[in-house]
Design a protein around this ligand. Structure first.
Ligand SMILES: Cc1ncc(COP(=O)(O)O)c(C=O)c1O
Length: 358
């Protein structure tokens, strides 16, 4: 039996604009090969840096383009080594590992259906030393698919001002929206004073290009550049120039619309299948992104369920891997087809027909 993977938070192959990217890559090498195939500016390929700076209303000197945004997270963790960082829970597991490996003390703040719990954040701020930053994924969060409400966005920015707190807004999914109106980013609400913004072309164009970026205060940008120089001298300019060519040709918006509609069909298939197969559970209903957060009845241990699911030809990531409760799980709808989603959730529904005890 083929395994249906709800574990892979990666785009389905048809989301990747292979032909156009091949064309863009060839064009940049032919036109500008001397530059993009050599060492160059550590902050990133100039024209792309300018495009990003303009998009966010900042000077290019505040933009650091890295080999995927996760690489920027590594630099940030190195810069804040030994300090304290607050994270929402559940959260993306890789930054947790990166922070822990660099000796950053991580304290968790809970979240609910509307995102980060700001009363809990204020309480946590009142205890212990001042954090180096607060890490949040406010839009279509990985792993929960939840989005921070507009009211909470405003209040979070106020809290950041009051406490002179740095907030890292990690936003790779915000543009991958299927329905509803986009809320303002924390960065926009704050005017880029206390909020560091990071995003990526991994979900909007292709992850294999490895092009992510941070918008930072200038002094911090320079510090991270110094770490980048001693890590890779120059980021992968060919990937960045290929992204820029894709943008320059006007491919970005139509591609995003195409990708969003492919993913929306998957999100719809997943929500409908959950409705008909898993009536005892609850789940998030994201308006975009890659993930649905599943909350099984309290007595269910999704670790045990996962072992049985593997045997039944389905896989997912248990919520505990993201700091979630034992009865939770992350279901990625991005990789599998709508038919596979229906089949996979059907298999899951059959499995949970008998409850499993912790
Ligand atoms: C919340 C979040 N941040 C960052 C990343 C890393 O993205 P990139 O491919 O730009 O390194 C991911 C990838 O899945 C993610 O989910």
């Amino acid at each position: 039996m083929n395994t249906i993977s709800f574990a892979r938070g990666v785009p389905a192959p048809e989301c990747i604009p292979v032909e156009e990217l091949a064309d863009c890559a060839r064009a940049v090498v032919e036109r500008d090969g001397d530059t993009v195939l050599s060492y160059g500016p550590v902050g990133g390929y100039g024209p792309l840096r300018e495009w990003i700076a303009e998009r966010h209303g900042v000077e290019p000197a505040r933009v650091l383009i890295t080999n995927g945004s996760l690489q920027g997270m590594v630099f940030l963790a190195e810069r804040f080594a030994g300090e304290r960082v607050l994270v929402e829970l559940p959260t993306y597991d890789r930054p947790l590992k990166i922070l822990a490996a660099r000796g950053v003390g991580v304290d968790a703040v809970p979240m609910d259906d509307d995102g980060l719990d700001l009363d809990a954040l204020e309480q946590t701020l009142g205890t212990g030393r001042k954090p180096g930053f607060v890490y949040t994924i406010p839009t279509f969060q990985n792993p929960s698919g939840r989005t921070l409400s507009v009211d909470r966005r405003r209040r979070l920015v106020e809290i950041a001002r009051e406490h002179e707190l740095v907030v890292l807004e990690d936003d790779p999914y915000g543009l991958v929206r299927f329905d509803g109106d986009p809320p303002p980013t924390l960065f926009e609400l704050d005017g880029g004073q206390h909020v560091i913004y990071s995003s990526s072309f991994s979900k909007t164009i292709a992850p294999g290009l490895r092009v992510g970026y941070f918008v930072l205060p200038e002094a911090l940008e320079r510090q991270l550049e110094a770490l980048a120089v001693s890590t890779y001298i120059t980021p992968v300019l060919l990937g960045q120039a290929t992204v820029f060519e894709f943008l320059r040709r006007g491919n970005f918006k139509p591609n995003l619309e195409r990708v969003s509609s492919l993913l929306a069909a998957r999100r719809d298939a997943m929500l409908e299948a959950l409705e008909s197969e898993l009536s005892a559970a609850r789940w998030s209903r994201p308006q975009g992104g890659y993930f649905v957060w599943l909350e099984m009845p309290e007595q269910t241990d999704t670790g045990t369920l996962l072992e049985r699911a593997d045997a039944a030809g389905i896989t997912f990531v248990k919520g505990a891997d993201f700091g979630g409760a034992p009865n939770t799980a992350r279901l990625a709808f991005s990789f599998v087809s709508p038919d596979e989603i229906r089949e996979g959730i059907g298999r899951l529904g059959a499995l949970v027909a008998e409850p499993i005890s912790v």
